[in-house]
Design a protein around this ligand. Sequence first.
Ligand code: SF4
Length: 539
Amino acid sequence: MKSNFSYQKIFDIKYKNIKFEKVFTFKGEISKLKNKKFIFLDESTLEKFSELAFYNISHFLRPTHLNKLKNILNDSQASNNDKYVALTLLKNANTSSGGILPMCQDTGTPIILAKKGINIITSGKDPYYLSKGIFNCYLKNNLRYSQVAAKNMYTEKNTKNNLPAQVDIYSEGSNEYKFLFIAKGGGSANKTFLYQATPSVLKTKKIIEYLKPKIASIGTSACPPYHLAIVIGGLSAEMNLKTLKLATCHYLDNIPQKGNYKGLAFRDIIMEKQILKMTQDLKIGAQFGGKYFCHDVRVIRLPRHGASLPISVGVSCGADRQILGKINTKGMFLEKLEKNPAKYLPPIKYSNLPKNEIKIDLNKPIKDTLIELNNLKVKTRLLLSGTLIVARDIAHAKLKERLDKGQKLPSYFKEFPIYYAGPAKTPAGYNTGSFGPTTAGRMDSYVEQFQKAGGSLIMLAKGNRSLIVKNSCKKYSGFYLGSIGGPGAELAKKNIKSVKCVEFPELGMEAIWKIEVINFPAFIIIDNKGNDFYENLIN
Ligand code: SF4
């Protein structure tokens, strides 16, 4: 059969309903050559543009995201825990919009995707200036340096400025330079999964069944409610995953909702609704049981090789940090984020929620706290006051080295509960920088050895844990408490009263800290009797 050549772009992306604000005037020159307009952009202006973009996404959210949180509070089917998390995240957005404490302590990996019109001319130092803007932003503000660089396979160091950034610049269009700036947290980046499925999965019911355990296995460590995205197909694994990243950022919301036989990418709205319902039926909820595991779902269908079916699943987390930008001769524009999130806070107060929190005094000997927890059920909401020891990945590795050499755990590690976290910079005049929990699962492999040595008997962090932690808690009479993932600014402002470095100051945010907390919210997730709140929901 004869086939005629005709070209079609796979992605027909429309930028609809996006409100921009002018942030800087255009700097450069316009020249005409052979009746064509060429825009010579002063590329050094990219520095302040990128600096402002990353500042904005560290402190402000999209109105659409805030509205979704507000809707949870108004939904009679949402659980009390869903509402508790949503209210906390809205309060966190409010605190962070003050411009001092970033919305989350993990201020992310900076990623820039740009599309440069062919008539925009620079000398090619665009990645340099965009990176310089990121450098300025992370150095000047109370953000965290999370990037580590390797000298060889096993020797790594924090780069102490949050660089390098991922900067991808493509050529598209003519007279405009378009940008998507993303600050992707480690917890949420780690919940990106690619599966090489067989094409037999492409049967209506089968595909939902196929996806269900994969979606449940994302768990809660990336701070739900999520913006969930699923990409089915793709001409390569890389194309699939890049599409996923864009879909989680709602960048592809306006692509067509129907495909064609030339390979047009499209959104499957019907499947999006089916999957959203399925996530509600999982009952994982917004971290501690309920309906709101996800705010929304995007399903993107792409063309594929007949023998391949890449499928990816990924999320944008509670810190839904992305912003669009554009530069043209009229100026430099950034997407308008919400500077006044207080208006999304309805007249609901914590005091309106059922009062079933149990106050726990952590300054008692830990054996007394363990007896108190022993009398409570999983999912009980707690308010912790007193001392916590903060330690995360590298500190755990260093303490393990001591145990492996036959030495003991330090006494502070046995006397107090351990909070897995790493703070952002402390603003002047504040007790601490943003200081929410990190993903507990990364510390799972240490738990049994540490509990055997008398430490980690009460752990506090976010997300679900593996069977080894449940078994170890049963064996050594330990507990794992879940803290709400996401509200790092709110916890810093309201619940953390002092922070002192105890060991390894050279590790920066990975050091061991002693902190004093007041009414720090937590839930019992794993108890000393072999109960795990998440077990049946996620596994
Ligand atoms: S909200 Fe949670 S997953 Fe997202 S960046 Fe912060 S800690 Fe990581």
